[in-house]
Structure formats: C-alpha cells, structure tokens
Design a protein around this ligand. Structure first.
Ligand SMILES: C[S@@+](CC[C@H](N)C(=O)[O-])C[C@H]1O[C@@H](n2cnc3c(N)ncnc32)[C@H](O)[C@@H]1O
Length: 316
C-alpha cells in the first residue's frame, strides 16, 4: 500500500528555488507601444519618489514605468491606478489581470494558425484578423496582442473611423504567445485598478504620499514629425495646458508628480519658472513616423519637489 502523502513535508530545495524564482520574475511590457519608455527607465527610476503609496499612470500605453516600478523591491507601489484613452488597450490590461488562462488559450490558437502558414498564408491570416470586429473582452485582447506582434513595426495606429490600419509585418517567428511574461504581467497587475477615459478624471483622487506619472502623447518637434494616432483624437496644445493645470492642482495637494515630454521649446516654456524642476535627458524613441527619424533625441522630465530615490543611493 503506497505511503500517505504528508502535506507538511518540506519541498525539495530545487523545487522551492524554481518556484520562488518564477514568482519573482519581473514583467516587461507585453505590448510594443509608440512612445514606450523602456529606454528612459534609468532616468525615470532615479527620479522616482523614495516611497510610493498609490501609483497613478493616466497615459499608461505599454506601461514600461509601471512594470519597472513593480519589479523594484523598494519601490513597488502598494496599489496602482492605470488609465488610457485607448479602449482596446484598457480592455487588454483587464483581461491580462482577470482572465489570463482564457487569453493564453486563445493566443495559442492564433499563434499556431499563423506560424503554421507560409508567407502568403500568414499575410492572408493577418488581414483577416485585422479586419474582423470583436467585442468579447478576451477576443479583443487576443486580437490586439496578435496584431501588435505581427504588424509592421509593432505600431498601434487607427484611421479616422477608429479602425486599426497598420500593414502586415513579416517577422520570421513573432512571439505571439509569451506565456512567462504574460503570467508575470498578470501578477504585477493584481493590485491595480484599470480605467478608461481622460487623464484628468483618472488621477482626480490622488492624495499626499501618492505618485502620478504623466507620459502624454509626445508634443511633435516639427509639424511633419507628429505621431498621435493612438486613438481617434489628437492631443492638442490646449490638452497640454490642461495637463499642466492638473499637475499644479496635484502638486498643491502634496502629491508627487512627474511628466515626460518632448523638449519642444513651447513645452519647456509651459513648465519653466512654474515651481517645477525641468531636466533634459538623452533618450531614443522606439517608433517614429519617419523611418529616417531614429537616433538620439532628448526627452524632458518635469517633477515637483519631493525626496527622490536617487538621492538615497548617492548617500550610500
Ligand atoms: C506616449 S503614450 C504612453 C506610453 C507609455 N508611457 C509606455 O511606456 O508605453 C501616450 C498614451 O496616452 C493615451 N492618450 C491620448 N490622449 C489621452 C487622454 N486625453 N487621456 C488619457 N490617455 C490619453 C494614448 O492612447 C497613449 O497610449
């Protein structure tokens, strides 16, 4: 007769290590997003507040800064509120948080059907998925992740009718199903509220001890370099001013605020001389509307006066 399993038995050492390593593996953004902040992360992390109660990111996009904070033991916020104006994106975050297994199952099918085809079949499959309308949340999320991995340059762009219109990308083996990273992202999202709407409403409840990071659509450095098609609407100069006023109100309430934007002289003028610390830092944009527009480009980081995490490191 087989021995009774003893539930209190300690786990073998290897199993324990593998399980805890997996539990600790940090998430990366699961979508490539125009204006993604991966390259700016060291500069942002060093300027983050020493302690964060609730973290707000009203223009979350791919969420590079959120996932980086969540991976830092000394910075991981207790709670987060993530928001975007892009409805499909917000739906995808909620599905990754709440319906991961169903999403993985759907992505497995999309991945097998797409990767199993030759070049022509893949292209036909891509346009069939791109041109279908879906409303069930898991389908919306699977479609967005699939298109993001297989479209040209991982770009999200919609036409005036709000329809995704990026052509097929022809990558050899796109990672349509990245199970470990989606699992890690789902864990990181467990204590988050995900909202859809305008940035002002999204951070209206922030209180002292909270941190709000604003990464609005990059103000174009020239009239021809604009990329603002994340949603049907554009982000105007009036919106940029509305943002500055919202930051003023939060700052006066004792909230820590940070903004990144283009170093356009008009944007610099909006923040300089207005009780903000305005710094330029080198960054490189991952997606540019012009193929030849890549290369070193400064980014502006604006903060109010709060104790920074980088200051702790410099003391040790
Ligand atoms: C520069 S991207 C954010 C990129 C993000 N930080 C990342 O790492 O991927 C700007 C985002 O703002 C969103 N957006 C545009 N207008 C908005 C508004 N009025 N309120 C909230 N979000 C908006 C866009 O959909 C887009 O995802």
């Amino acid at each position: 007769m087989p021995a009774e399993p003893r539930s209190a038995e300690p786990q073998p050492a290897e199993a324990k290590t593998a399980a805890s390593d997996e539990a600790l593996s940090p998430a990366r953004p699961f979508l490539k997003w125009a204006g993604g902040k991966t390259q700016l992360l060291p500069a942002l992390l060093e300027r983050a507040p020493r302690a964060i109660d609730t973290y707000y990111e009203p223009f979350v996009g791919g969420g590079a800064f959120f996932f980086a904070l969540a991976a830092e033991p000394d910075l991981a916020p207790r709670r987060a509120v993530l928001n975007d104006m892009n409805h499909e994106l917000v739906t995808t975050y909620t599905v990754v948080r709440d319906h991961l297994e169903e999403l993985l199952t759907r992505l497995e099918v999309l991945s097998a059907e797409y990767l199993g085809g030759d070049e022509e079949a893949r292209s036909t499959y891509y346009y069939a998925v791109r041109d279908e309308q879906r409303s069930a949340p898991v389908e919306v999320a699977a479609r967005l992740i699939f298109l993001n991995k297989t479209c040209f340059n991982g770009l999200y762009r919609v036409n005036r009718q709000g329809r995704f219109n990026v052509p097929h990308g022809r990558y050899r083996k796109p990672a349509i199903l990245d199970r470990p990273n989606l699992e890690a992202a789902s864990r990181a999202l467990q204590n988050t509220e995900v909202t859809h709407g305008d940035f002002e409403v999204a951070c209206a409840d922030a209180a002292p001890g909270d941190f709000v990071y604003f990464d609005p659509p990059f103000h174009p450095l020239s009239d021809t370099a604009s990329f603002t098609a994340y949603t049907e609407g554009a982000f105007s100069r009036d919106d940029q001013l509305r943002l500055r006023w919202r930051m003023d109100a939060l700052r006066e309430r004792g909230v820590s605020v940070m903004l990144s934007n283009s170093p356009h002289e008009w944007i610099v003028g909006v923040y300089e001389g207005a009780k903000y610390r305005v710094e330029r830092t080198p960054a490189r944009r991952a997606i540019n509307s012009k193929g030849d527009g890549r290369g070193a480009i400064d980014e502006l980081i604006v903060t109010n006066d709060y104790p920074r995490r980088g200051q702790i490191e410099s003391l040790t």
